[in-house]
Design a protein around this ligand. Structure first.
Ligand code: FEO
Length: 172
């Protein structure tokens, strides 16, 4: 049985994960418009992963007899002045999401809710990986993005990303 507090935080996180998907679609739209289809594709895949995260949390609530309450998803309000802006925002956003997951983990720990802690372990690991990837993207862009040939190569590299459903995570 989940406490009202823990269930509420996970319910909020469903919304945050869907917002993440929305944000990354906005990034993808920006890059598509700029003609950087590889960057756009990379963020489309990222948006799919974020949706998966939301569905995993939703499923966890349902499997534990909790009611899911879906709230409105905020519209991304970013303005992009250069091709590196979304990458930097992505890193900032992933750090923020890590702080949210940590807060849910802390609440579960406080209530000796070991089941939820175990459920969240996957997300803790995933956030570590996502922060690392976002940081690498920022660095690669800083190194190669200022040069047309480098940008072309980076775009090719990002175009190769393959979506794999988060099957290794908690049951969906
Ligand atoms: Fe689901 Fe990237 O946080």
């Amino acid at each position: 049985m989940l406490s009202e507090k823990v269930a509420g935080l996970i319910n909020d996180q469903v919304n945050k994960e869907l917002y993440s998907a929305y944000l990354y679609l906005d990034f993808a739209d920006y890059y598509a418009e700029a003609g950087l289809d590889g960057f756009a594709h990379w963020y489309e895949v990222q948006a799919q992963e974020e949706r998966d995260h939301a569905l995993m949390m939703r499923r966890y609530l349902l499997d534990n007899g909790c009611r899911v309450s879906l709230g409105a998803i905020a519209a991304p309000k970013l303005t992009y002045k250069g091709h590196g802006d979304a990458l930097a925002e992505g890193l900032k956003h992933e750090r923020y999401v890590t702080s949210l997951i940590s807060a849910i983990y802390a609440a579960a720990f406080e209530e000796k809710d070991y089941k939820t802690m175990q459920f969240l372990d996957w997300f803790v690991k995933e956030q570590g990986e996502e922060e690392k990837t976002a940081d690498e993207l920022v660095k690669k862009f800083e190194l190669f993005g200022g040069d047309a040939k480098g940008l072309y190569m980076l775009n090719q590299e990002l175009a190769a990303r393959v979506y794999t459903p988060s099957a290794t995570g908690p049951a969906m």
